[in-house]
Design a binder for this molecule. Structure first.
Ligand code: TXA
Ligand code: MG
Length: 310
């Protein structure tokens, strides 16, 4: 990981020219561009092959800069104080005079906002006089990127610069909570819902697989390795890659481990790299053993469910 001011300067130079660049966050890498610029934001959609109806998350360095674009409320303040910067995204109402490009939200009246924790990304944000729209740095429906080489694999020479921040420490996208209405969880992610419920003092509604989708990222096919994946498998088929939560004594060539001791945070961090690796080895299908449905295991299971809708 190279943390030096000249890399940050370089990143700023590209962004100031309305270019898209890869940026590291604590969750996954993002494909970032100036959220106030129509030209820059349109490039994100094109590069990702993303339907224009699927809005982007905008990343801010401080609550003061956020206040220029969004209306805040009490629930937001409570959660912000406890969890930001960190792996949580809030949906808030846009202000009438907000400068956010209409392409970010597809003309919706609310905006997804996040305060990333990664040091290098924060340093970059502080140097800019605009916030950054940044979806995950992957082609739509494919696996998210957790290190620079993944971003290169997704976009090749189509993006001019990737700010290197090493491997993402969480490895799964942020948890999304809608605060523009009755607080509702729209995506499971790197922050456990139970921790959010504790701060708000109530059980939260989950709307992660609705009939009427609020968040297009709730679409069933997502985070896909591009080959069939089956969950809760005890014995894999011959020639199939097998993902296990905890290292076993016996070691077969087709066995892949998410963690040494069965730690769910470590498993989360390794999930996307593991799927990417299996795909690169040319396996035609993936079996996954049962993952405990607690803590970040719930987010892992959510991603595996969507990956299995291949
Ligand atoms: O961890 C993360 O959140 C990463 C890093 C780069 O910050 N970003 C990320 O962005 O996962 P993306 O675009 O891959 O996923 C954002 C999700 C999409 O499912 C999108 O539909 C939803 O957020 N979303 C964005 N704006 C929304 C809005 N105004 N209302 C409801 N859902 C929204
Ligand atoms: Mg994504």
């Amino acid at each position: 990981m190279k943390f030096n001011q000249s890399n940050i300067k370089k990143a700023k130079k590209y962004l100031d020219k309305n270019q898209c660049i890869g940026v590291p966050t604590e969750t996954v890498y993002g494909l970032a561009a100036n959220a106030y610029s129509n030209i820059a934001v349109k490039k994100i959609f094109k590069l990702k092959k993303r339907p224009k109806t699927n809005p982007l998350i905008v990343h801010y360095s401080s609550i003061n800069s956020l206040k220029e674009d969004c209306l805040i409320n009490d629930n937001f303040i409570k959660l912000y104080k406890k969890f930001s910067p960190g792996p949580i995204t809030y949906i808030l109402n846009l202000k009438k005079n907000s400068r956010i490009s209409e392409y970010v939200t597809n003309k919706k009246k609310n905006l997804a906002v996040r305060f990333p924790k990664h040091k290098i990304f924060r340093e970059l944000l502080k140097k800019l006089d605009y916030p950054l729209a940044a979806p995950s740095a992957n082609i739509t429906t494919k696996l998210s990127s957790v290190e620079v080489s993944d971003v290169k694999e997704e976009f090749g020479s189509k993006i001019k610069y990737i700010l290197d921040g090493g491997k993402c420490i969480i490895g799964l996208e942020s948890t999304i909570i809608d605060l523009s209405n009755k607080p509702t969880i729209l995506r499971l992610g790197g922050l456990e819902v139970s921790k959010i419920e504790k701060i708000l003092g109530k059980k939260l509604k989950l709307n992660i697989n609705p009939q009427k989708k609020i968040s297009p990222g709730q679409s069933q096919l997502h985070y896909s390795p591009g080959i069939p994946l089956t969950k809760n498998v005890k014995t894999p088929k011959k020639n199939e890659a097998f993902i296990l939560i905890k290292k076993k004594k016996i070691n077969y060539k087709n066995y892949y481990y998410l963690s040494k001791e069965g730690n769910l945070n470590e498993a989360a961090k390794n999930l996307y790299s593991c799927l990417r690796k299996i795909k690169s080895k040319g396996y035609k299908s993936i079996a996954v053993e049962k993952i405990p449905h607690k803590g970040l295991g719930k987010t892992i299971n959510d991603r595996l469910d969507r990956a299995s809708k291949y």
